[in-house]
Design a protein around this ligand. Structure first.
Ligand code: KIV
Length: 285
């Protein structure tokens, strides 16, 4: 007998970590993919500020606004029945002040999210603490943090040496101390994932963070083979929708140009005799 499916909560995620059951997490931006991902049984979804690059055509995540995030968040929320929903705090929605951080995190919860994700470690601990105190669960994001791309100088693997790996561990502990329940490690060696899982109580997710993490995250365009631009080295595609979509558009253009479409099953007709009446009405009969 199959178990009744229930809404995923923090308790579900903590149980999965405790029992060693890997957690699945995908980045989504719209209603149709939300409906399908939820039906497929993903545990968690993130409305990521990667929206800027994957959907809105910006060169980085930096221009993404709260309004843009909330617009797409509402679309995803409408498509989800079961998955745990995380909203991604965009650049400058939490950096300027604790007040900004609380207000903007609250907007994600009002839009239907279950938690928010924020990039950074010790430097945002005061924001994380304040948000958590108001009952909003927080996931930290360490390693390659795209909102700091100018400082990092690109999207390369982070923390391959002991000193910078220690910094990630210290940041993870600072997030945990501030009340975050989870952390996402992006583009780091597997040893970093291993040590964070071992040394903290945080639910640890990896996006290019190796197999020791409690769960994995990937962007839906990468999973679906719909990446426009450069695909990260760690992203595995499970379909090639780019080719399927490209061929469908090409085929549509060909059929219209060659007058194949619309063929008779796609054509509507007036009621019998009405066309003849029309012709008379306009004096052409
Ligand atoms: O915005 C996003 O999709 C993210 C992932 C890259 C982790 O933050």
């Amino acid at each position: 007998m199959s178990e009744e499916r229930r809404k995923v909560t923090i308790r579900t995620l903590l149980r999965k970590k405790r029992e060693g059951e890997k957690i699945t997490w995908v980045v989504l931006y719209d209603y149709p993919t939300a409906v399908l991902a939820d039906e497929a049984g993903v545990d968690m979804v993130l409305i990521g500020d990667s929206l800027g690059m994957t959907v809105l055509g910006y060169p980085t995540t930096l221009p993404v606004t709260m309004d843009e995030m909330l617009h797409h968040t509402r679309a995803v929320v409408r498509g989800i029945k079961y998955a745990f929903i995380v909203g991604d705090m965009p650049f400058m929605s939490y950096q300027p002040s604790i007040k900004d951080a609380i207000e903007n995190a609250g907007k994600f919860l009002k839009a239907g999210c279950d938690a928010v994700k924020m990039e950074g470690g010790a430097e945002i601990a005061d924001r994380v603490k304040a948000i958590v105190e108001f009952g909003i669960p927080v996931i930290g994001h360490l390693g390659l943090t795209p909102q700091k791309v100018s400082m990092l100088g690109g999207y390369m693997v982070q923390s391959s040496d002991a000193i910078s790996a220690k910094r990630i561990l210290d940041d993870a502990k600072a997030l945990e101390g501030a009340g975050a329940f989870a952390v996402l490690l992006e583009n780091v060696p597997e040893e970093v994932g291993k040590i964070v899982v071992k040394e903290t109580g945080l639910i640890t997710f990896g996006i290019g963070g190796g197999p020791y993490c409690d769960g994995q995250l990937l962007l839906s365009p990468d999973i679906l083979g719909l990446t426009i631009g450069v695909k990260p080295w760690f992203a595995k595609s499970y379909a090639n929708l780019r080719e399927i979509i490209l061929n469908a558009f090409k085929e549509y253009c060909r059929e219209v140009r060659e007058k194949v479409y619309p063929s008779k099953e796609y054509i509507a007709h007036m009621k019998e005799g009405e066309y003849e009446k029309l012709i008379k009405m306009i004096g052409r009969g």
